[in-house]
Design a protein around this ligand. Structure first.
Ligand code: ADP
Ligand code: MG
Length: 300
């Protein structure tokens, strides 16, 4: 296990930003940390990276305790903070040599060259950071985060503000890095999780509301919702007996919402049910639930 978060609570004054949060990240996984603005993503990441202490609870990174072994934890972690703070007046190469120097890396020059190649900064290496586009600044941020070859890479909204091409490139780079490292990235974009992550942890108002493989969440999202209006009263139990129905909710009067847990279309079954029970179907609508909807539901 690379990251173990145990009952972490964080208070900013009277405001609770994290409420008893627990989750694990396995070695070699790319995990998406998903949540709306203000959910507590950055706070959690700052705690994992030892930038701020938790009010309560504990985190272990590669077996090291953030409260007691913060220097060891920092060695294991590469961190790309939310607004990617860079020295805009420094040249790319100079900046990477500077950050590498802080870690007392041996063969610094060749390591910087390696990072420049890995992140595709060859053509920009002699430019000032301030002259780079947002996508290239993110690459510098990534190069800076992995220069000491950490086992764990934490990225806070690494693709926010990028144009579609830059987005693709940075996602590709994250996937490449994810082959060798444990990666945790935060985002408020569901598609991002689908595109790059093995697992998704959803946080809302400081609490974890989902912790599943992306596949499981996708499966869960395959459910379909049928809204049907009958002309007469029906019992909930009777509706539950329709093949494939997993949930029944009364909307109002004779309008019902029936949910299936899989992709099967049960409109025929609903009609057959109506005929058998001498009911007329006044309206019938089918909605598909997408991953996006699952996120909305969980974070409403
Ligand atoms: P996210 O990254 O998911 O958008 P944050 O972790 O930044 O969320 O914030 C979680 C909550 O904590 C928000 O309500 C935010 O306003 C509050 N918060 C964050 N940082 C501070 C701080 N330094 N002082 C007071 N409140 C803060
Ligand atoms: Mg944030």
């Amino acid at each position: 296990m690379s990251i173990i978060v145990n009952n972490v609570t964080k208070l900013y004054g009277a405001q609770k930003a994290l409420n008893n949060v627990s989750f694990n990240v396995n070695s070699g996984e790319i995990v998406g940390f998903l949540g709306p603005n203000g959910a507590g993503k950055s706070t959690m990441m700052k705690i994992i990276t030892c930038f701020i202490p938790p009010t309560e609870g504990n985190v272990k990174v590669c077996g090291f305790d953030i409260n007691e072994q913060s220097i060891e934890v920092r060695k294991q972690i590469g961190y790309l903070p939310e607004h990617n703070p860079l020295y805009l007046d420094m040249y790319v190469k100079e900046f990477l040599e500077f950050t590498g120097g802080l870690y007392k890396i041996k063969n610094l020059k060749s390591r910087v060259k390696e990072m420049i190649e890995l992140t595709g900064l060859q053509a920009e290496q002699k430019k000032k950071i301030g002259a780079l586009s947002k996508g290239y600044r993110q690459r510098v941020g990534l190069a800076q985060a992995i220069i000491h070859d950490p086992k764990v890479l934490i990225m806070d909204e690494p693709t926010t503000g990028l144009d579609p091409n830059q987005l693709e490139e940075i996602r590709g780079l994250i996937k490449t890095l994810g082959k060798e490292k444990t990666v945790m990235l935060s985002t408020h974009i569901m598609q991002e999780v689908e595109a790059v992550c093995h697992k998704v942890i959803i946080i809302n108002k400081g609490e974890i509301v989902a912790d599943e493989s992306t596949q499981a969440l996708q499966k869960n999202s395959n459910k379909q919702i049928f809204t049907v209006e009958f002309d007469k009263t029906v019992s909930k139990t009777a509706l539950k007996s329709i093949e494939g129905v997993t949930e029944v909710k009364q909307m109002e009067g004779n309008i019902w919402q029936l949910t299936t847990s899989f992709e099967k279309d049960i409109r025929k079954e609903i009609f057959d049910f109506a005929v058998q029970n001498k009911l007329s179907v006044l309206t019938l609508n089918k909605e598909e639930q997408k991953l996006e909807d699952v996120f909305k539901q969980l974070t409403k």
